[in-house]
Write a protein that binds this ligand. Sequence first.
Ligand code: NAD
Ligand code: TYD
Length: 370
Amino acid sequence: MQHVLITGGAGFIGQNLVHAWCKARPDDRLVVVDAMTYAANVRSLEPLITDRRIQFVRGDIGDAALMRRLFDEHHFTRVAHLAAESHVDRSIADPEAFLQTNVLGTFTLLKTALDAWRSSGAIDRARFLHVSTDEVYGSLGPDDPAFTESSPYRPNSPYAASKAASDHLVRAFVATYAMPALITNCSNNYGPYQHPEKLIPLMIIHALEGKPLPVYGDGSNVRDWLHVSDHCGALMSVIERGRIGETYNVGGGNERNNREVVGLICETLDEAFAAHKDLASRFPSCPAASGTGCHSLIGFVTDRPGHDHRYAIDAGKLATELDSRCSVGFESGLRQTVHWYLAHEDWWRDVTSGAYRAWIDKNYGFRIAV
Ligand code: NAD
Ligand code: TYD
């Protein structure tokens, strides 16, 4: 039985990981710490909190006193560190919070864990998993080989630079203080509970509300899409069985350009409306409600500055060393995801009120059709 701290557990991947962890390792004791920024939502965790399956603490990973108190009270032997500011466009508009949380917050958490594990003697059996991104490696050309764990770091956005800095801190703690840490760098996740500022949920919700589908630039940018359930499986393998000090890349093996992704969302919605007549009355502004394809909403808008052209992951090390592989194909995973958003209107209406509306005005107000 392990005592586990999951940071950022009320975020998209965090919520999915908490559920996956409780299912796979029911005897472990889980504490979730989350600052409850705009990106967080605890609704899906409420049954686990009520049943005392997990303990939830609202708090900032940069609060050293709180972190130390949690380590002293709970004697964690596993830390899965996911808390972060995670959206590239927000990092372009306001980079400061990214440095605070991703760099300084990670430093505080690392130092607290190291001090606590050294003084309790748990350092030999403890493990700290730092969850990071493929964006630290920069951008690939169309024919470049996929990123490996030894690809050079070349971050292009403030988000990617802040994650790169946090990865370097973890590496330095391993080399300098024998910190029992591991790093994963994964590609773009998708699936249930993703905040609608990210490409896939944003396009689904805009289409349902009959709003334009804003594709940046010419839509040729390529991402490798990883279903969040596959990612969570990989994280649990790495934290238990990965080699301390090592980095593992996690990818979905699903490279698609943004035009293809948005096109598939439109097709899936058109099919869903054709098959389920009630959708037209629930979402009357969606073009699919009147039999016009959702494609009619696609528009190309001002590109993101420094927009990375392509990400691709070579996940061979994870497969060879840990026998961990992805199983969700992109077309079926995306279809499931579209249906999840159709079935969870309450969730995204809740998330898209207030602060989210202000963000939409800020990020899309200046983008003109091109
Ligand atoms: P998210 O933005 O949905 O969730 C992040 C969570 O961290 C939120 O609940 C937020 O409230 C919390 N948080 C932010 N600042 C905090 C602080 N100072 N203290 C405590 N909690 C704080 O992000 P996500 O998509 O779930 O990503 C989780 C991790 O995975 C991040 O580290 C991100 O960099 C990494 N990652 C995500 C993706 C992806 O496609 N979503 C891809 C690669 C890597
Ligand atoms: P995003 O979900 O922000 O993830 P990331 O930037 O971390 O890869 O964006 C995924 C891709 O979709 C990226 O190439 C930018 C593009 N994009 C759009 O074309 N329009 C949008 O409104 C958004 C949010 C993203």
